[in-house]
Design a protein around this ligand. Sequence first.
Ligand code: APR
Ligand code: PHB
Length: 397
Amino acid sequence: MKTLKTQIAIIGAGPSGLLLGQLLHNAGIETLILERQTPDYVLGRIRAGVLEQGMVELLRQAGVGQRMDAEGLVHEGFELALNGRLQHIDLKSLTGGKTVMIYGQTEVTRDLMAAREQAGAITFYEARNVQPHDLKGERPWLTFEHQGQQVRVDCDYIAGCDGFHGVARQSIPSDVLKTFERVYPFGWLGILADTPPVHDELVYAKHPRGFALCSMRSSSRSRYYLQVPAAESIDAWSDQRFWDELKARLPTDLAAQLVTGPSIEKSIAPLRSFVVEPMQYGRLFLLGDAAHIVPPTGAKGLNLAAGDVSTLFTILCKVYREGRVELLEKYSQICLRRIWKAERFSWWMTSMLHQFPEADGFSQRIAQSELEYFVESEAGRKTIAENYVGLPYEAIQ
Ligand code: APR
Ligand code: PHB
C-alpha cells in the first residue's frame, strides 16, 4: 500500500473542500483532497448562484476573485412578487451598503480547481471507497483506492467536505450525532436557458399556483425555478409546459417580457432542512452540505459552506501558528450559531412563499399576510434584507 502524509486531509472537491484547500495552501498548511468523481462531473452539477459579501471577500482572500469580480453581477436588491405586483427589497439601502454577487457555484468551483492546479496542490479525483480511521486518536488516517492502488494518508486533521451523501458524517457513531430535519412536500424544477433574464434583479414570486423564481447566471443566461410536487417526474415537463407555467405564476407585465428558448439543463431538487450536531468528532470536522442543508429559498446553502470554511480556516491557522488547540473544540458551536439563524431564515422564506398542499385556509391566509406585512413595512424589509445579504461571521479570539 502506498502511504502519503499531509497536514489536513480534505474529503470532497466541491466548493467547501476546494475553498478550504486554497486558503490553507496560501497559509502554508499542506492539504490533500480526495474526490470521488471526475472534475468534469463535479463541474457538470448546476447549483446555486448568489454569493453573500462574506463569501465574496473570502474568495478574494483565497486569491480566486479575479474572474468573479470581472464577470459576476453585483445585485443591490431583489424583487418579491405578490398579488400580481413587484415589491422591491433594496438590499443596499436597507443594510447600510451591503450587496450580493450573482456568480454561479459552477464558476466558483472552476476557479478554485484552476487555482489549486496552478498551486501544484494535490487532488485525487476518482478516489474510491474513502474511509477515515482513528478519528479520536492523535494521528487519524484515511484509506482509499486510486487507479487500482490502495492508498493510505496520515494526517493531523480531516475535513469532511463531502456533501450530504458523503462518508464523513456516516463515519461518526450515530449515537454521538443529533439530527434535526424537515422535509417539505414539494421540490424545485429548475431550467437553465441561454435567454436574457426577464428582469435585471432576481424575482421571488408567491402565487396561488405555486412559487416561482427568476434568477440568472449572466446577462444572457437565465435560471428559472417552479415549485412542483415532491414526487413530480421530470418527463412531465416539456420546455413549453415550463414556460407556460412560469408565465402563469408571474405578474402579467413581467410575464409579457419573458423571453423563452430551449433549456440547456433541467432538473428537480427536493427541498429539505437538515442539521447535525455536533459538527466535529475527534479530529474530523464536518463542513458545508455534509453537516447541513437548507431549502434554496434564502440562497444560503453555498454561503453557509463558506462560513464553515472561514471558521475552520481561522481556527487551524491559530492552531498551527499559536498552538491554540483549545479552539478546535469550539468549531462546532461557533458554526452552529450562524447556521441555525440561516436555517430559520430559509425555513421562514420557504414557508411564506410556497403553497403547502396540506395547509388549511387559515394557514394560507397567515402566510399571505405575513409576507404582505414584511414587504410593506420598512422594519420587515430590513429583516429580510439583513438575513439575505448574510449575517456576519463570528470573530474568533
Ligand atoms: N469520497 C470522496 N468524495 C465524496 C464522497 C466520498 N465518499 N462523497 C461525496 N464526495 C464529493 C462529491 O462528489 C462532491 O464533489 O464531495 C463533494 C461535495 O460537494 P458539494 O455537495 O457541492 O458540497 P459542499 O462542497 O459542501 O458545497 C456546498 O451548499 O447548498 C449547497 O449548492 C450548494 O453544493 C453546494 C453546497
Ligand atoms: C439560483 O440562481 O440558482 C438561485 C438563486 C437564488 C436562490 C436559489 C437559487 O434563492
